[in-house]
Design a protein around this ligand. Structure first.
Ligand code: PGA
Length: 249
């Protein structure tokens, strides 16, 4: 059975003090929930976040990592370094990493491999640009992003993979994909996984939607058959709205 997951991607927001405040508000507001909850603070605040959340069910996730074991990669962070501060999952392939930091399918494939080799879970993001959708290329674009970075994996790795469909035109724009558009793409992705692997893997993999999810639209989006939760940016920076989204299941 696949899990419902709501993950907050804090991006380059919240210094140490703000991180502590937001985490204590989340702990305070959190009720029992059937969904897995994850938050992704910036690198410098991961240690503090994992200490504060140690006794809770909220998981701390990294927003990125390097694919090398260690070495001369100024400014980078390795999987082992993340694990050493209690971080066991990583977001890879976010459109902002693809767009502003030139991360392509090849680099992402290496990152995915390294994370899995270190027994980390991967939230793998992908999604089309507005031009792709307008030219009806969105299925093709998403298909190649997934195939190029993930379809070399053995079946056994898929228990550690979470997929996140994030149409670029919906990220931070206030323009959400309609629940029907999300469902249509999620069903397509699940079919791709079933065709390449099998239905047991495709039915078990959680597929999150990301892009302007808010308390006002979460219920309708999460209500769709193939939407298993969300990757939340802006609305995850406010404890009440993040919790309202989690409680939309
Ligand atoms: P948004 O960001 O919710 O602010 O649109 C989502 C994301 O980038 O993961």
């Amino acid at each position: 059975m696949r899990k419902n997951i709501v993950a907050g991607n804090w991006k380059m927001n919240n210094d140490l003090a703000a991180t502590k405040t937001l985490i204590s508000e989340l702990i305070e507001l959190k009720k029992t929930s059937n969904s897995e909850i994850m938050i992704a603070p910036t690198f410098v605040n991961l240690l503090e976040a994992s200490k504060l959340l140690k006794e809770t069910s909220i998981q701390v996730v990294s927003q990125n990592m390097h694919y090398a074991e260690s070495g001369a990669f100024t400014g980078e962070i390795s999987a082992k370094m993340l694990k050493a501060v209690g971080v066991n999952a990583v977001i890879l392939g976010h459109s902002e990493r693809r767009e502003y930091f030139n991360e392509d399918d090849l680099i992402l494939k290496e990152k995915v491999d390294k994370a899995l080799q270190e027994s980390m879970d991967v939230i793998f993001c992908f999604g089309e640009q507005l031009d792709d959708r307008n030219s009806e290329n969105h299925f093709k674009v998403v298909e190649s992003q997934i195939k190029n970075a993930l379809f070399h994996l053995p079946s056994s790795s898929w228990k550690s993979v979470i997929l996140a469909y994030e149409p670029v035109w919906a990220i931070g724009t206030g323009q959400t994909a309609s629940p029907e558009q999300a469902q249509e793409m999620h069903a397509y992705i699940r079919k791709l996984v079933a065709e390449h692997y099998n239905t047991s893997i495709s039915e078990d993999v959680s597929i999150l939607y990301g892009g302007s999810v808010k308390p006002e639209n979460a219920k309708e989006i999460f209500g769709k058959l193939d939407v298993d939760g969300g990757l939340i940016g802006g609305a995850a920076l406010d404890a009440k709205s993040f919790m309202a989204i989690i409680n939309s299941f």
